[in-house]
Design a protein around this ligand. Sequence first.
Ligand SMILES: NC(=O)c1ccc[n+]([C@@H]2O[C@H](COP(=O)([O-])OP(=O)(O)OC[C@H]3O[C@@H](n4cnc5c(N)ncnc54)[C@H](OP(=O)(O)O)[C@@H]3O)[C@@H](O)[C@H]2O)c1
Length: 248
Amino acid sequence: MKLLEGKNAIITGGSRGIGKGIAKVFARHGANVAFTYNSSAESANDLADELRKLGIKAKAYKSNAASYAEADQLVKDVSEDFGRIDILINNAGITKDNLLMRMSEEDFDKVIEVNLKSIFNMTKAVQRTMLKQRKGSIINMSSVVGVTGNAGQANYAASKAGIIGFSKSMAQELGSRNIRTNVIAPGFIETEMTEKLDGKVVEGWRQAIPLKRGGAPEDIANACVFLGSDLSSYITGQVLHVDGGMHT
Ligand SMILES: NC(=O)c1ccc[n+]([C@@H]2O[C@H](COP(=O)([O-])OP(=O)(O)OC[C@H]3O[C@@H](n4cnc5c(N)ncnc54)[C@H](OP(=O)(O)O)[C@@H]3O)[C@@H](O)[C@H]2O)c1
C-alpha cells in the first residue's frame, strides 16, 4: 500500500544516512521528493536519479540548512518545481563531540546552528505555504540524547533537546491551521555519523539496547511515513522514540 501517493516532501540532509533512507522509502510510498545536501553532490545526484526511476518526481538541491537565506530560497525553488509542500522533514545534522573542558565555542555554535537553528530556518520558510494550504506535516529529527543527555555531547544534546521545545511550540502555534509538528528521537542508527564512534562504546550500547541491535535508516523512515501520512492526522506535538527500547 502506498501511503504517501502524490504528496510532496522536502527532506534536509538527504544525501546520506537516515535522510537518504527516508527519501527512498518515501519514493516507494509514492511521494515526490525534494531533498537537500551540503557537500555530497555526487551522492545526492545519484540518489535523485535512482528515485526518479521509481516513477516519482525527485530533485536534489544544494542548501546549507544553517542559513536562513538559503532555506528561504530553497522553499521558493521547491514550490516552483513541485507546487504544494505537504511534508517537511528537518533531518540535517552534525556532531562535534568533546568534553566541555575541550569543546571550543566554535564547535558549540556550529552544532547549534546546523542542528537547531536550521529547524527555525526551514519551518519559518515553509510555514507560509503550509498556512495557505491549511495542511502540512513537519517532522523534526531529535535524538535519544536530547532527552537523556550524553557525556561528550553537550552541544549536540542541547541542540536535540531544543528541537523538542521548538516542535511542541509549533504544534501549539500551527495546529489550528491543520499543520502538525512531531519529533522523532532515533536511538543508535548505523550510518556514517555513528561510524565515527569508538567500536567498544558502540558494542556496549548494542548490548544495552533491549532489541539488541542498532537501527537502520529504514526504521526511522517508516516512522516518518506514519507521521507524514494521513494515518497520523490527529497526532501533533509528540516525540516518537525509535530506538529499540534504549529510552524507556
Ligand atoms: N545515526 C544515529 O544514530 C542518529 C541518532 C539520533 C539522531 N540522529 C540524527 O539523524 C539525522 C541524520 O543523521 P545521520 O546519522 O544520517 O547523519 P549522516 O550520515 O552524518 O548524514 C548527515 C546528513 O546531513 C547533511 N548535512 C550536514 N550538514 C548540513 C548542512 N549544513 N546543510 C544541509 N545538510 C547538511 C549531510 O549532507 P552532506 O553529506 O551533503 O554534507 C548528510 O546528508 C541527524 O539530525 C542526526 O543528528 C542520528
